[in-house]
Design a protein around this ligand. Structure first.
Ligand SMILES: [Ca+2]
Length: 506
């Protein structure tokens, strides 16, 4: 009886709390334009749960993933602007601000309403992540922050290397060349047919890196920012690649890539014994499945099915070192403004609703379990902590698509959560040395003229480099390309990049 009474008391208290809360704040609707791997259902179980838990109505405006830019622009043109919007690119952030689609998010307003997020973003001056989403002195969003900086996986066919007399993955450009030539000429798969190549498209990045500059990165050179594609060292890299191509070492189909459909990070050329080196895919695609419900591992699982011997034998390499001792591949940026959460311009006129949205986003992000619910769904129904390892994983046959359909509402993942929920895979990436030889894009802000020039310049670069590698143009055609690049807007971009770069040291 005593127990029943106290239970009634608790109930009464809970009810009165709920009533008081309902009186205090009106239940608002929050529209979301974020990236979903599958279209969410408006009455999805997870979405309903999140609405009830946070006492708001989340409404998802689905943007077709494969056609993101066009699809979201069409909605914007119709005046349909979400409250929370995924912005997928610095140039887009700039464009949207110019088109007056985004609300300014002053750091002080963030601090007031989302103290947890504020602390994550504005730790100390030099890591002030909001600097990267600030345009003309106004902040327009929350960039993505990741604690780890890994380059793509460098996977060598260990069985081929061993068979041909190499006892480890190549570490220098010279060793790389020797291995690739052997893969091409010495029938590593032993079928008596001349049907293998050294590498295809994705092996090229570390060749450029071995000469010091990557063709699509802004890097520091003598105190200034320079674009990798137009550095003289890149001409040397192209000469090497052209020689390899002429000698039949590079897959003649390299232009069409290594993936023939299905999940984008799978290299069919590698899986089907056509090439012996691939750098397609991130660490989380290649890692083994560490515990029941451990997500990702798309490449690992596919290779396990298609070619278990190859999987078993893989030797993970580091970016090879070139003649001047340089090496590198692009890392995943620690602060990635190209993946920014922004807020619809309508919120500028609704400061109370804007404040409430930030409060909810802060609450979703500020505890580990809240965050896990936001990406996996209801604990015990869609996900749970693994009894043995303690790591969270999807259960009851759920996968990333099914929980997307049920309406997850992803919060902000701080570094601590990444490590808490994914320690085995991050440890794996360090064990495979994916943090060694990382080059980062040192330009971290949108350039005012990027929208005018970048696409055309990228196209010019890609077409010219392909022609040089295939021998359709001589290597010296690089010199004309450099002149044309600067004349067609490259000089303007370089000037703008450096105008920003000097402000870093001010
Ligand atoms: Ca063969």
């Amino acid at each position: 009886m005593k127990r029943l009474l106290s239970l009634l008391c608790v109930l009464a208290l809970t009810l009165s709390c709920a009533c008081a809360m309902a009186e205090e704040e009106e239940r608002i609707t929050i529209t979301i334009m974020r990236d979903y791997i599958a279209p969410p259902e408006s009455d999805g179980e997870i979405l309903q749960y999140m609405c009830d838990k946070y006492n708001v109505d989340f409404e998802i405006i689905y943007i077709e993933r494969g056609n993101w830019n066009e699809s979201i622009s069409t909605k914007f043109a119709k005046g349909e602007i979400g409250d929370i919007i995924d912005v997928k690119g610095l140039d887009l952030l700039y464009t949207y601000v110019e088109q007056d689609l985004l609300a300014e998010l002053p750091p002080e307003f963030l601090k007031e309403n989302a103290p947890f997020l504020y602390n994550e973003y504005v730790k100390e001056d030099e890591t002030h992540a909001l600097r990267y989403t600030t345009i003309d002195g106004k902040n327009y969003g929350l960039p993505n922050i990741t604690g780890n900086n890994f380059h793509k996986v460098i996977a060598w066919r260990g069985d081929w290397l061993t068979k041909l007399g190499f006892d480890k993955a190549p570490e220098t450009l010279e060793e790389m060349e020797a291995a690739l030539y052997a893969f091409t000429t010495q029938d590593p798969d032993g079928n008596g047919v001349n049907d293998t190549y050294g590498m295809s498209q994705t092996g090229m990045e570390m060749v450029y890196g071995a000469y010091g500059y990557l063709p699509d990165l802004w890097q520091e050179r003598d105190g200034k920012l320079v674009y990798g594609a137009v550095q003289p060292e890149t001409k040397e890299a192209l000469a090497t690649l052209a020689k390899w191509y002429a000698d039949g070492v590079i897959d003649p189909e390299f232009v069409t890539g290594e993936n023939q459909g299905g999940y984008y990070a799978i290299s069919h050329s590698f899986n089907n014994n056509r090439i012996g080196l691939t750098c397609l895919g991130e660490y989380y695609h290649w890692k083994p499945v560490f515990y029941p419900g451990d997500s990702k591992s798309e490449v690992y699982l596919e290779l396990q099915k298609a070619n278990p011997e190859a999987l078993e034998s893989i030797m993970y390499g580091i970016p090879v070192t070139g003649p001047e001792g340089k090496s590198g591949m692009q890392g995943s940026a620690v602060i990635n403004a190209a993946s920014t959460v922004a807020f619809g311009v309508q919120l500028e006129d609704e400061p109370e609703r804007f404040a409430r949205i930030l409060q909810v986003y802060d609450e979703i992000s500020s505890s580990y379990e809240n965050y896990l619910e936001s990406i996996f769904g209801i604990k015990g129904v869609h996900w749970d902590f693994d009894a043995e390892t303690g790591f969270p994983g999807l259960i009851n046959d759920n996968d990333s698509k099914s929980v997307a359909r049920l309406g997850i509402v992803s919060g902000f993942e701080c570094n601590e959560y990444t490590y808490l929920r994914a320690k085995p895979r991050i440890d794996w990436a360090y064990e495979k040395k994916l943090d060694v030889g990382v080059l980062s894009d040192q330009l971290l802000v949108p350039l005012a003229s990027a929208a005018d020039y970048q696409d055309e310049l990228d196209k010019l670069r890609d077409e010219t480099f392909t022609k040089i590698i295939r021998g359709d143009l001589p290597v010296d055609a690089f010199d004309d390309f450099v002149t044309e690049w600067f004349a067609k807007g490259g000089q303007q971009l370089t000037d703008e990049a450096n105008a920003w770069f000097v402000t870093l040291s001010e």
